[in-house]
Design a protein around this ligand. Structure first.
Ligand code: RIB
Length: 338
């Protein structure tokens, strides 16, 4: 079947191909009647502009790649939604790639995005993968890294002061009278998790509470990881009376396990989460948590990338943007008098 061209559309509408191009690309005002004639002609012929040809001409595809570790985690789902919204508002389509915390898959996506000539990439890596970042920067694709610590030589970085947030969450529990405070961490190769644990340790040390290895257990940022981490902490004879859980997905799992083991939350064990995903306020008891500024994180990452895309000179100076979390006290923490 013969491919419909811009010439066919112009002939049917009785206008020049230049006018059709201006209607498609909004590159010049076209009188409403003429615009309607062109759009009707495109519909009648079922004509779709050849985006590849257009991008070859303009040198841009008006697309942004977004790589996240786990879209089933409501934190990343929320961030992806916000970035997609912002990209769309600025005339960019966002191509979402879910690496599923799999570095091999992540590498495949990086190659796909490069091959598709996306204009830029917002990258939240699965684990610490500077190598992938170097691969991306070799393709001279503007990059903004979010939520990970990477060398500024490779990309702009937008991230939370995780050590400060870990300290604040733990200090909240100490101020409630807890001295046996557990911690369920995120994956060991993820910088936000390591930094939150540092904040947890600093709060204990500054309040003369001895750090105990047995109270720290590895999680993986998933609901099941929270179940299993909480089971390990509560099965100890000298169990903690409070637990700092390094993200809300695990904290919700931890609450469920505590209750299934016969413990009341917060009366028998207090729980603090991290992120403030939408579910945090919907669970029972509502979760006390460290609220990440998700809209700000999406805003800063997306606007910085677009600023780079729109800037004429290519030799931009990469910048680091540090954001701050806020403690949101709800029902899952309580004073400890025992
Ligand atoms: O819930 C996912 C966690 O991993 C969040 O705390 C976010 O910071 C990411 O690093």
């Amino acid at each position: 079947m013969k491919r419909v061209t811009i010439k066919d559309v112009a002939e049917r509408a009785g206008v020049s191909t230049a006018t059709v191009s201006h209607v498609i690309n909004n590159t010049r005002h076209v009188e409403e009647n003429t615009r309607n004639l062109v759009e009707q002609s495109m519909n009648d012929l079922r004509y779709h502009p050849n985006s590849l040809a257009r991008s070859l001409r303009s040198g841009e595809t008006k697309t942004i790649g977004l790589i996240v570790p786990d879209v089933s985690n409501l934190f990343f789902a929320d961030i992806a939604r916000r970035i997609e919204n912002l990209g769309y508002e600025h005339g960019y389509s966002v191509i979402l790639c879910n690496s599923g915390n799999d570095l091999k898959k992540q590498r495949t996506y990086i190659d796909t995005l490069t091959a598709k000539q996306v204009d830029g990439v917002i990258f939240i890596s699965a684990g610490e993968s500077t190598e992938d970042l170097e691969r991306l920067s070799k393709s001279n694709t503007p990059i903004v890294v979010a939520d990970r610590v990477v060398p500024l030589s490779l990309a702009d970085v937008v991230l939370l002061n995780n050590e400060e947030a870990g300290y604040t969450a733990t200090k909240h529990l100490i101020d409630l009278g807890h001295t046996k405070i557990g911690c369920i961490t995120g994956p060991s190769d993820v910088s936000p998790s390591m930094q939150r644990v540092s904040g947890y340790r600093r709060a204990l040390e500054e309040n003369d509470i001895r750090f105990k290895d047995k109270y720290v257990t590895a999680g993986d940022f998933t609901y099941r990881g929270g179940n299993e981490g909480m089971k390990r902490l509560l099965s100890q004879p000298d169990r903690p009376s409070a637990v700092f859980v390094l993200n809300d997905m695990m904290a919700i799992g931890a609450i469920s396990t505590a209750r299934s083991l016969g413990y009341r939350v917060p009366e028998d064990v207090s729980i603090v989460g991290f992120d403030d995903i939408e579910l945090a306020n919907a669970v029972n008891p509502a979760l006390t948590t460290m609220a990440q500024p998700m809209q700000e994180l999406a805003d800063v990452a997306t606007k910085r990338l677009i600023e780079k895309l729109l800037s004429s000179e290519g030799n931009w100076e990469n910048q680091k943007f540090v954001l701050h979390a806020k403690l949101v006290v709800r029902e899952s923490t309580a004073p400890w008098e025992k």
